[in-house]
Ligand binder design. Structure first.
Ligand code: SF4
Length: 227
């Protein structure tokens, strides 16, 4: 039975933040502490937005000549790496695809960068434009996207088994592709992880902290009662 007083729609950002640190989740979503982003972070976010928009328009078949001309030099390198990637051999299905899907009685909402198809198998694509990227740093994103997109593609009868779905992270700075595969066992584990986090959010009012060596990079560092 769902508790009507608790939020029943979850985003990747919310679940990921709780997974990272329950105290951070509290500062952001419950205390609503406002933090002004550093200029460096703002610049990186602008580059990310420019490249995501450009790739999306290009994949949708629009004329991007003027957008490409307006790119900064670092952005041109990211665009070059995208254009020379092996993705060009896959079949484009959709990009900036927003979804709502029910998992274990809760609604998940999110958006993937792109979806491709190859020989009846589907591939979720996620562009990374930051200076460094490691699959370890996006473990929860991997979990969330694979479970949600599997449920959606299975419901549409596009695929029958988790192994027909993969997730590729494209590191546009390095020009490399990290391929993450999926199977029945991972599906069961990932789904359980998502539901466990939701259960903790709804039933753990103490919001303990996950004090780690990454705390100094946390944007709530100054507001954190544990430090
Ligand atoms: S500073 Fe560390 S313990 Fe505090 S909210 Fe951020 S990640 Fe959590």
């Amino acid at each position: 039975m769902l508790n009507k007083d608790k939020p029943q729609t979850y985003t990747l950002a919310k679940l990921q933040m709780y997974d990272e640190c329950p105290q951070k989740y509290k500062l952001c979503y419950i205390d609503k502490v406002h933090v002004v982003e550093k200029i460096q972070t703002q610049k990186a976010s602008k580059t990310g937005t420019n490249i995501h928009n450009l790739v999306n328009f290009y994949l949708k078949g629009m004329d991007v000549t003027k957008l490409v001309e307006s790119l900064s030099q670092p952005e041109k390198l990211l665009w070059h790496n995208f254009k020379n990637s092996e993705l060009q051999s896959l079949n484009y299905v959709d990009s900036e695809y927003s979804f709502n899907v029910r998992i274990g009685g809760y609604w998940m909402t999110g958006r993937i960068d792109a979806l491709f198809e190859s020989n009846g198998n589907y591939i979720i694509l996620d562009w990374k434009t930051g200076e460094t990227f490691s699959p370890e740093s996006v473990k929860f994103q991997t979990t969330f996207y694979l479970v949600c997109m599997y449920e959606i593609l299975k419901a549409k009868n596009y695929i029958k088994e988790p192994k027909q779905l993969s997730l590729y992270y494209m590191d546009l700075n390095a020009g490399s592709l990290v391929k993450i595969h999926f199977d029945e066992e991972l599906y069961t584990n990932y789904k359980a992880q998502i539901l466990e986090i939701i259960n903790k959010i709804n039933n753990n009012p103490s919001f303990y902290c996950n004090k780690t060596d990454k705390c100094k990079q946390c944007k709530y560092y100054r507001a954190c009662p544990y430090l």
